[in-house]
Design a protein. Sequence first.
Length: 290
Amino acid sequence: MDDCIVRAVTGDGAVRCFVAVTTKMVNEASVIHKTSPCATAALGRVLTAAAIMGSMMKGENDSLTIQIDGGGPIGRLIAISDSKARVKGYVNNPLVSLPLKNGKLDVGGVVGHDGLLGIIRDFGLKEPYVGKVPLATGEIGDDIALYYAQSEQTPSIVALGVLVDVDLSVKAAGGLILQVMPEATDEQISNLEKMVAGMPHMTQMIEEGQTPEDMIAFVLQNFESYTMETQTTMYKCDCSKKRIERAVRSLGKAEIEDIIEKQGNAELTCHFCNKTYVITKKELQVMIKQ
């Protein structure tokens, strides 16, 4: 099954539902960053959430960043998405590991919950919109639901999952964000809560071959009608040598001269894709002249 996000809106506008399958994306991230199973699960959940939330944006150049620093051994988690749901991300400690908790990877344990979850939306205005909430559990899905409730006053159900295989590859990954609009009745909200409570785990449904459309049909079965749209999603880093050169140039003449004296060449590695760029001594000297 290809990675995608399916968005559904009920005919009466009371509910909108986003379901994503992100298995390939999360697996690619795990290969790039050489993550442990715990780090794969944590990073995969954040990437999936960023992809869904990014797909909600409209502008061609809009971007969304999720930052989580819960004080746990994994350190900081970062995920960035554009409005086409192309995401990139990393964690400070990709090799982090903890014993299983109730037979499952202890994502909350490696992330911690003594810190903040931050959402930054950049719409190309003077200042980006920044919202922050204290972490509730470190399980990421619960924390994003809390963010929606506190920062945007939008009641939401968020389910995120990553299933890591015995060979450390990603067997299934995906997520659901269900949001209740002001038009929703108490009966509709109650029915939705029952439907979501009765759903199997996201990764179980994906592993069994269920599509996002199948999952939406299950959740919204009590609504008379709804429309759906599908969007692709992928892991994509937009780094380039030009961007790296701009970053080096911004250091200033004295700093660049210091690099030439101590190192000769400048060698920088992208946090998001681990690609290494080399700026030669000659190129650095040209920067100084410019």
